[in-house]
Write a protein that binds this ligand. Structure first.
Ligand code: ADP
Ligand code: MG
Length: 323
């Protein structure tokens, strides 16, 4: 099968144009999109490299859901509505079975979240996948990192640490029981919090998706907003599966510093707390108050033994290399 046939077969009609903005999709030299009136374009790109971001031999289904899930999570963190995406695939060889297995879950996820695939690039080389997603947000309303104020509460959605535990089960080749299956699902198929984040627009003072670990990601909000914060370790949301698999102490460590949970961490002024909690509960979104923003700089954690500054940060690609 040649490259064009491959693209036509698997990637020419994929996903859903929920915002009705796509004028021309896959097949021409470029795609054409008409921005909805009064909306700003927000976009983000993510790459997965075999051996760096996923283990060699990882099933293509799992690569697809992780890739699109992670990029859509960036849109979620800005409070954006999904629009369209592009996809660059580098494959060691033309492998129709691999492509079919990759395209099918990508299509159902794109359909479910209302994003349309409008173009891409297909090349030969070491297995590498890149997605660029584009979404829409009302002019000036994006949830940014720089709006947190002293006295705001710090919230997170869902549970933390599961994805890191899922990775651990893969590295250790743990035998699969229902807890292990759940944790691996959280690693491979992150569910972007798109609806949640749209409910926060105009209400949350800052937001970020948890990709490097809660403490590392919250630190980005604190730096951008020029404030500090304290997190209460006993308030961190831990799943029963994580507690059973890892034990309490390891679970808390992973909740703080394990990456790729793709939950939303946001800060909320007291004046908006009731409205936001009501609407999130109404939409069945689990949400937890885990700390408070402070005027004085620095990130602290607190538990029964007292309060201490954070030293062990989440994973940072560049500091890992340079240290
Ligand atoms: P060009 O050489 O003009 O860049 P390509 O041969 O790379 O064109 O691509 C032909 C068409 O197929 C373009 O519309 C491009 O966006 C689309 N395309 C190529 N690879 C992919 C892919 N992996 N997924 C979606 N669309 C793709
Ligand atoms: Mg090209």
């Amino acid at each position: 099968m040649d490259e064009f046939e491959l693209i036509r077969q698997y990637f020419s009609d994929l996903g859903q144009d929920s915002s009705g903005c796509v004028e021309l999709g896959v097949g021409d030299d470029c795609a054409i999109v008409s921005p909805p009136a009064g909306q700003q374009l927000v976009f983000s790109i993510d790459t997965l490299v075999e051996g760096t971001h996923f283990l060699p031999g990882t099933p293509p289904q799992q690569i697809a859901t992780r890739l699109l899930g992670a990029t859509l999570s960036d849109l979620a963190a800005m409070g954006a509505r999904p629009g369209f995406f592009t996809l660059a695939i580098t494959l060691p060889e033309s492998d129709p079975a691999w492509l079919a297995a990759f395209a099918q879950p990508l299509a159902s996820m794109a359909e479910r979240h209302g994003v349309r695939l409008v173009g891409g690039d297909t090349t030969k080389g070491p297995l590498t996948l890149t997605v660029q997603v584009h979404g829409w947000v009302e002019q000036g309303k994006a949830l940014r990192r720089d709006g947190a104020k002293p006295g705001d509460a710090v919230y997170v959605t869902g549970t933390l640490g599961d994805s890191r535990a899922g990775l651990e089960t893969l590295l250790k080749k743990s035998s699969v029981n229902s807890d292990v299956a759940y944790l691996q699902q959280r690693f491979y198929a992150p569910e972007p919090r798109l609806t949640t984040a749209q409910l926060l627009v105009g209400l949350a003072s800052a937001a970020i998706d948890v990709s490097d670990g809660l403490l590392a990601d919250l630190e980005h909000i604190l730096k951008a907003s020029n404030v500090g914060a304290c997190i209460e370790l006993d308030e961190l949301p831990l799943s029963p599966a994580l507690r059973r698999f890892a034990g309490e102490q390891q679970a808390i460590d992973w909740a703080c510093s394990g990456g790729e949970d793709f939950e939303i961490c946001f800060t909320l002024p007291a004046s908006h707390e009731e409205a936001v909690l009501d609407s999130l509960v109404h939409h069945d979104v689990p949400v937890w108050r885990v700390g408070e923003v402070r005027q004085s700089h620095g990130l602290f954690v607190k538990d029964a033994t007292g309060e201490r500054p954070v030293t062990a940060r989440g994973f940072n690609h560049f500091s890992e290399i340079s240290e």
